[in-house]
Design a protein around this ligand. Structure first.
Ligand code: ZN
Length: 203
């Protein structure tokens, strides 16, 4: 795909950033994320990705009160998330409704499928965690470390968690290394890399 004049204007900040550029923006526009699960972090991540041109689409489920903010308003609570997401995207950035294939952005526990990138978020004792893999990262290693993220609903720090998750997804879509990894995010916002466990084949 090549960028239209309108897209060059819309994404000019990205295109001027060396790691993104025109080719990179084409990658972002063609590598989308299915959102699996709900919560403020995923809603934040979806808004961030969509504004940057990455396609996002929803799963089953309805908009929760904790998702009201960037994409949904109070009237959306209780309505089907995928329909309300499409309505929000039509206003925010219709590019984010095209090319719906690629990866997933999910809240633990979730079954992820498709080539990738995969970004999984989950609450942990004293904060939250993110585990990710690109389309080339080992699926087994991802699953092994994803199991370390609890499924508790986080409530604090959801905006930070969602912003970091979106940034990681964009980096993976741009094929920037590493292809596998994770971060813990502490209650006070400190971000530290997860010491990843390796699967039998990768040991
Ligand atoms: Zn492995």
């Amino acid at each position: 795909m090549s960028l239209s004049e309108e897209q060059i204007v819309r994404y000019s900040r990205h295109i001027l950033l060396t790691p993104v550029g025109g080719r990179g923006q084409e990658h972002l526009l063609s590598c989308g994320a299915q959102l699996i699960g709900g919560g403020g972090a995923l809603a934040t991540a979806a808004a961030y990705l969509a504004a940057g041109g990455s396609p996002v689409w929803g799963d089953q489920g309805s908009v929760g009160e904790d998702e009201v903010g960037f994409l949904y308003d109070a009237q959306d609570v209780g309505l089907p998330r995928n329909l309300r997401l499409d309505a929000a995207l039509a206003d925010l950035n219709p590019d984010a409704m095209a090319h719906r294939s690629g990866g997933a952005l999910a809240r633990s526990p979730a079954r992820l499928s498709g080539p990738g990138p995969w970004v999984l978020i989950g609450a942990t004792e004293g904060g939250a965690g993110i585990v990710f893999r690109s389309a080339t990262g080992c699926e087994k290693c991802f699953q092994l470390n994803a199991a370390r993220l609890a499924g508790d609903d986080g409530s604090d720090g959801e905006v930070l968690l969602g912003t970091v998750a979106a940034l990681i997804f964009q980096r993976l879509a741009l094929e920037m290394p590493p292809s596998l990894g994770g971060f813990w995010i502490g209650e006070s916002g400190e971000i530290t890399p997860i010491e990843m466990r390796a699967c039998e084949q990768c040991r």
